[in-house]
Write a protein that binds this ligand. Structure first.
Ligand code: FAD
Length: 434
């Protein structure tokens, strides 16, 4: 059950090491316990701490707060995504519901950074969906129709335009959306840790091993200690399933990414000195690739079923080689040895890409499964699950709950077989885009 992370992520290495780290060392009892300190859990803790200033709130994480997927993602705060089908009016309606949630997520993050004056390299530079395959223009035109109907500003781009803006002539077709923000996820999540209200107690390096209900209390067992709580919010995303939560509706996927060192002036000039940009793939298993503010290239091009608690250094090394090749394909002029760090991170997926936002039993709440939109939607869901837990309503909750619920997954071994074959198929379809 222990979560063992690599400590390779450049985003996290950019931050000052924290001093005030406290692990669980006593048995405790509380009215409110939050498990997981990423965007979801930290937002929940902040909101709860503000609403109930006299209550003691406990938040616990298996590793350092923010060092999970929240601090090690690609940093796209998305307004739209491409990987759902949307051709009929019904699909358009469900796409709109999804996009409305993204919009609320962006607002939640914006409010947070405004209120606490957070510097997280925020850049409202929009984003690209791009492909080297000319036939993918069909997918992009279809997407463009959807965006048109919903009023999202966007442009279809050709190879020349993409080469000018990105500094690589790898992509032949693309679609640029004006909405969407690029940011430094490590800085954002660190700010959420640093601004926790005074009545929130954070315990780190403390894994929840088991939990069970005993009448009106929930007993949470950690390595040497027990926390008894009246109410609990599970915000462990990729680790929901391993804690037995909504097991029939979500499964973990491990992603890996690499980041180069900052490019030298000379290297940067060979790319035409582009402005900061971010590209998302047109095909689901293609690469996400970014030019950061300080001229580093980030690439994420793998997604797989793996033990969520651990990825071995040798497997990570193999994935890093894939990322090196991905960079080489797009920027053949850059040297081979410019990758500074490689890391893995775990997310949770549902079959129909719907999120989980629920009371699963009396006084037990859960929020997760954001499918590449967890920066905004995690921040939003953390705040809103707290309102749900204190029985307050909000227009946000209405919007969140009007989306379709996650659909049922088959049990193992059928689930793993199904997911593996789907991943193999998608990988094959996107093989030129990795
Ligand atoms: C490589 C990568 C790229 C991504 N790119 C993007 C992107 O560009 N944009 C975007 O919006 N999203 C992206 N995502 C997804 C995004 O990072 C997640 O959706 C988001 O971090 C979810 O936040 P969370 O707080 O729910 O979960 P997490 O950040 O995963 O936090 C959950 C926490 O729970 C803790 N935990 C787990 N088990 C236990 C336990 N038993 N006891 C105590 N604590 C426990 C973990 O240690 C972890 O800190 C990416 C993810 C990865 C890995």
């Amino acid at each position: 059950m222990e979560v063992t992370n690599d400590n390779g992520c450049s985003w996290i290495k950019d931050l000052n090491p924290r001093q005030n780290i406290k692990a669980l060392s006593d048995n405790l009892s509380t009215n409110w316990l939050i498990i997981g300190a990423g965007f979801t859990g930290l937002s929940a803790a902040r909101k709860l701490g503000e609403i109930l200033p006299k209550e003691k709130i406990i938040i616990v994480d298996a590793q350092l707060a923010g060092d999970g997927a929240s601090g090690r993602n690609s940093g796209y705060l998305v307004d739209t995504t491409l990987n759902d089908g949307f051709t009929s009016n019904k699909e358009l309606e469900s796409y709109k519901k999804k996009a409305d949630i993204y919009d609320l997520g962006i607002k939640a993050v914006k409010n947070f950074i405004k209120e606490y004056q957070v510097d997280c390299d925020w850049n409202e530079c929009g984003k690209y969906f791009a492909s080297s395959k000319r036939e993918d223009i069909k997918i992009l035109n279809n997407f463009s129709n959807t965006l048109e109907k919903l009023g999202y500003d966007h442009d279809i781009l050709n190879n020349d335009q993409l080469t000018n803006r990105l500094g690589t002539n790898f992509y032949n077709v693309g679609l640029y959306t004006k909405g969407g923000i690029l940011l430094h996820p490590g800085k954002l999540v660190r700010a959420m840790v640093d601004t926790l209200p005074k009545n929130v107690d954070l315990y780190e390096n403390s894994s929840l091993l088991e939990w069970s209900r005993e009448k009106d209390l929930i007993n949470c067992k950690f390595k040497n200690n027990l926390i008894k709580t009246k109410k609990i919010i599970f915000a462990t995303n990729g680790f929901l399933r391993s804690l037995g939560i909504k097991k029939k509706y979500n499964f973990p996927i491990t992603l890996t990414a690499s980041m180069t060192r900052p490019l030298t002036d000379q290297e940067f000039e060979t790319l035409g000195s582009p402005k900061e940009w971010g590209v998302l793939p047109v095909r689901p298993m293609g690469a996400t690739i970014r030019m950061t503010r300080n001229r580093r290239i980030l690439i994420r091009n793998t997604a797989e079923l793996n033990n969520p608690n651990y990825m071995s250094p040798s497997l990570l090394k193999k994935r890093s080689i894939k990322q090196k090749l991905g960079i080489k394909k797009r920027f053949p002029q850059l040297p081979d040895d410019i990758i500074e760090s490689s890391w893995s991170g775990v997310v949770s997926r549902t079959r129909n890409s719907s999120q989980i936002f629920e009371k699963i039993d009396k006084n037990i709440f859960v929020a997760g499964c954001y499918n590449g939109s967890g920066i905004g939607v995690g921040t939003l869901f953390g705040e809103q699950i707290v309102l749900k837990a204190i029985k307050e309503n909000s227009k946000e909750i209405e919007i969140i709950e009007s989306r379709s619920k996650p659909t049922w997954l088959p049990p193992n071994p059928f689930l793993n077989l199904g997911v593996k074959s789907r991943l193999i198929y998608e990988r094959f379809r996107a093989r030129s885009e990795i």
